[in-house]
Design a protein around this ligand. Structure first.
Ligand code: 13P
Length: 239
């Protein structure tokens, strides 16, 4: 079970260090089988190899080792922190930052070439959801254009855009339908859900057969709350 926190543009270098320290202390005292990951902003990246329990990953990178890409970070910068886990395709990058499917696929190929673990994000806007499951799946499959889904270090995060940061998660039935449809083609790949995950809905989401974890935004910003989410995920998978 993957339990991952995406900080987005929140937390500083100092507060991230405190957060990871708190999380490490909690995980020392609470042995569990969750794959716990934190994706802080690039300026707050910490040496991933120095945390015993928490996997630190990158929210973004440019698909180059180094070079003339003003404002971007490449493999050279991530390697300095031993980062081996990355997010690709988040809707905030696709929509707000105008990342095309072509660039997303280039990033994916680059991450794969480097052997990084990838959490590949997909999700539909509200107007598509309103047209029903068929339209949603058609939209989501397009987001796999140029993506090698046989990559063994891949997890997929289904994050409906309308559920992100709204406090309104997708319904468990809708999540189950989408994850099952994805599972029919991607049997070996862990499937995560993201979008207003909270202490109140996490248990029912991770209890779904096809759900292999969660990618959490707002509810993961506070270390103590994120620890609660880990406990709930752990208990749900014991049942
Ligand atoms: P929220 O949990 O804040 O809705 O964000 C989800 C998300 O985008 C995680 O990547």
């Amino acid at each position: 079970m993957i339990v991952a926190a995406n900080f987005k543009t929140n937390h500083t270098r100092a507060s991230t260090a405190n957060y990871i320290e708190a999380l490490e202390l909690f995980l020392d005292a609470y042995p569990n089988s969750c794959d716990v990951r934190v994706y802080p902003p690039a300026t707050a990246l910490l040496r991933a190899d120095l945390s015993a329990h928490v996997k630190v990953g990158a929210q973004n990178f440019y698909p180059a080792i180094s070079g003339a890409y003003t404002g971007e970070i490449g493999a050279e910068q991530l390697n300095e922190f031993e980062i081996k886990s990355v997010l690709i395709g988040h809707s905030e990058r696709r929509v707000t930052l105008k990342e095309s499917q072509e660039l997303v696929a280039q990033k994916y190929a680059f991450a794969k070439e480097n052997g990084w673990e990838i959490v590949y994000c997909i999700g539909e806007p509200k107007a598509v959801r309103e047209r029903g499951l068929g339209a949603v799946m058609e939209y989501l499959w397009f987001q796999f254009e140029g993506i090698d889904t046989n990559y063994e270090k891949l997890s997929i995060a289904y994050e409906p855009i309308w559920a992100i940061g709204t406090g309104v998660s997708a319904g468990v039935k809708d999540i189950a339908e989408v994850l099952s449809a994805l599972k029919s083609e991607l049997a070996q790949t862990p499937l995560l859900y993201g979008g207003s995950v909270s202490v109140d809905n996490l248990s029912s989401i991770v209890s779904l057969d096809s759900c292999g974890g969660v990618l959490v935004g707002s509810a993961g910003l506070d270390a103590a709350n994120f620890c609660k989410l880990i406990q709930i995920a752990q208990n749900a998978q014991k049942r």
